[in-house]
Design a protein around this ligand. Sequence first.
Ligand SMILES: N[C@@H](CCC[C@H](N)C(=O)O)C(=O)O
Length: 298
Amino acid sequence: MQQPLPFLKGHGTENDFVIIPDPDGKLDLSARDVARLCDRRAGIGGDGLLRVVRAAAHPEARAMADEAEWFMDYRNSDGSVAEMCGNGVRVFARCLERFGLAEAGDLAIATRAGVRRAHLAKSGTGDAQDGDGGVTVSMGRAELPEDGVTVRVGERAWAARHVSMGNPHAVAFVEDLAHAGSLLEAPVVEPAAAYPDGTNVEFVVDRGPRHVALRVHERGSGETRSCGTGACAVMVAAARRDGADPVADGQPVTYTVDVPGGRLVITERADGEIEMTGPAVIVAEGTVDPEWLDGQEA
Ligand SMILES: N[C@@H](CCC[C@H](N)C(=O)O)C(=O)O
């Protein structure tokens, strides 16, 4: 890489991202490059990376280009690719506004899990957390395979619910979030065959009626301060546990989901579509030294 590489840094409920604009899809960011950029000590630092690419310029998104101009190429902090990132898609929408590539209002974003539709409140309106406008995203429908899954941390084990939000989740209701321990290592999820590509794991407690709190261990990133797809998976698992099924009942249901880094409000509509609202904040912008990125030192 010869030229300084522009980047932004942003977060949604403290799930933080390095954002790299690459409209024409010219950059070849290897897993190693991503891991170096996301390194909190030797790099910029982030739970993941969002590359902003025109859908028409990316082989995985070309088929969506008629519906969505921009593709969110999301990578976990270890460099692995994931299908979807819920906090990331809000921050991505905020970035498009920041770059002048989209205006506040409605916009479609292509992801590996399909097109997601976002509604951006105008920046600086002060009508959401962090002094910035909130973003609402239609996250698609949840899938709930009926396979029995167990999550284990040390000596403790919980029955968990398998939920797909385009990416995989195992949701375990626990008595105390501290029971999940340090989460420095990935929880053991069994049977492993239920998740051939690994999984994100959420631990959930009740806070009140239709109000829960979670901790999450993310595939490819470790414990993070928030996971948007995870919060949606938790919302749906909690609703089913509480006997609510909006498609069957013809009634939408809304849960408040607290995460270590803030709060998300999530509605499952009567047509099954899940809508998540939360903050999306850009905190910095700069350039990466190409010599550092290309260098050999770890
Ligand atoms: N933090 C994200 C999820 C990112 C992807 C996840 N780690 C995976 O591998 O599926 C979110 O906000 O949804």
